[in-house]
Design a protein around this ligand. Structure first.
Ligand code: COA
Ligand code: MG
Length: 297
């Protein structure tokens, strides 16, 4: 399965300069974009650049290469997939996804194209943007009921949803997400967890505000999100840091596991005057898994 990732750096696929810059970045993953950052007149050129990159990628980028294709309802999606299903493709970011059937459709296309190219396709994941149309949030409860072996994660977006519903803004006067966006964000998180897949936080638009980004990533990780999109290379370090357990958390997790080990078969232990039971043990194990996945990154 496609590797875990904290940071996903968006790069317009028609910009050779930005692609080269992104390949030098510390992002765990790149999202080579064929959708909204590429004008219709440049889609073909962008596809051709990606076809070449994904066949023979430069050897020194250590992360995963994802591609955001155009929505399945557009004239572009099939040409996008034909161009990018190649040996170095790690996954497809599927925008305007309206439910598990869209994931199945994309998955079947990927399998057929990979077979045509003589490639195995199990390692190509799908990250579905599951809240971008007015109808999409109603399908969030369906993902966990479907069998979607290629589904790697779910993510949410506020920009397209506000445009789809004719909203003048997606923020409250205090700067927080307005209720509709908070609601779909939480539902997306629950849908991902119910499906046993990653949940990726939406982008942080103000790319000059690195402090605000870090604080917001730490908060998102505490809520259960496992990574976030970057729109500018300057956001990558903050995202990597924000989604990595802190040294204090790692140490505490080790102590929790040691306390359970020492207690033998007991499902509950005391540590620093606090009662801990199996959910705390599982959480500690998750912290250590996450730390191990990225400690050498
Ligand atoms: N990936 C790789 N390189 C990027 C980059 C990105 N996403 N964003 C900026 N850069 C590069 C610039 O080309 C510039 O390179 P240079 O120093 O060699 O000239 C450098 O980083 C500094 O960029 P800066 O001048 O601060 O920003 P900009 O005005 O060139 O670009 C954006 C601003 C928002 C247009 C740009 O960050 C961008 O294209 N972001 C991605 C947008 C996208 O993919 N959107 C779709 C998902 S919502
Ligand atoms: Mg969009």
């Amino acid at each position: 399965m496609t590797k875990l990732a904290r940071s996903f750096l968006f790069v317009p696929a028609d910009s050779e300069k930005k692609i080269n810059k992104a390949l030098q970045s510390a992002a765990d993953a790149l999202v080579l974009d064929l959708e909204d950052s590429v004008m219709p007149t440049r889609k073909k050129l962008a596809r051709e650049a990606l076809a070449e990159l994904l066949t023979a990628p430069p050897g020194d980028y250590r992360g995963t290469l994802w591609v955001r294709i155009n929505p399945l309802t557009t004239e572009y999606a099939l040409d996008d997939l034909c161009a990018v299903v190649g040996p170095s493709l790690g996954g497809i970011l599927l925008p305007k996804c309206e439910g598990p059937r869209d994931v199945e459709t994309a998955s079947n296309f990927i399998a057929a194209l990979a077979a045509k190219a003589g490639l195995k396709s199990e390692s190509i994941g799908i990250l579905a943007v599951a809240t971008e149309t007015a109808a999409a949030p109603f399908a969030l409860g369906d993902y966990h009921k479907a069998v979607l072996p290629r589904l790697w994660g779910l993510t949410w977006g506020a920009e397209d949803l506000s445009s789809a519903i004719g909203a003048a803004t997606n923020k409250s006067p205090n700067g927080e997400w307005a209720f509709t966006y908070k609601m779909v964000r939480s539902q997306c998180l629950l849908a991902a967890k119910a499906s046993g897949v990653q949940c990726i936080e939406t982008l942080y638009v103000d790319y000059k505000d690195t402090e605000g980004l870090l604080a917001s990533c730490i908060e998102a990780r505490r809520e259960g999100f496992t990574g976030r999109f970057a729109i500018h290379p300057a956001q990558v370090d903050g995202i990597n840091e924000g989604f990595m357990p802190s040294a204090g958390e790692v140490e505490h997790a080790h102590r929790i596991i040691a306390a359970f080990d020492a207690a033998g078969d007991s499902g509950t232990v005391g540590l620093d005057g606090q009662m801990l039971d199996i959910p705390h043990l599982k959480q500690a194990q998750k912290v250590l898994q996450l730390h191990a996945a990225f400690a050498t990154a």
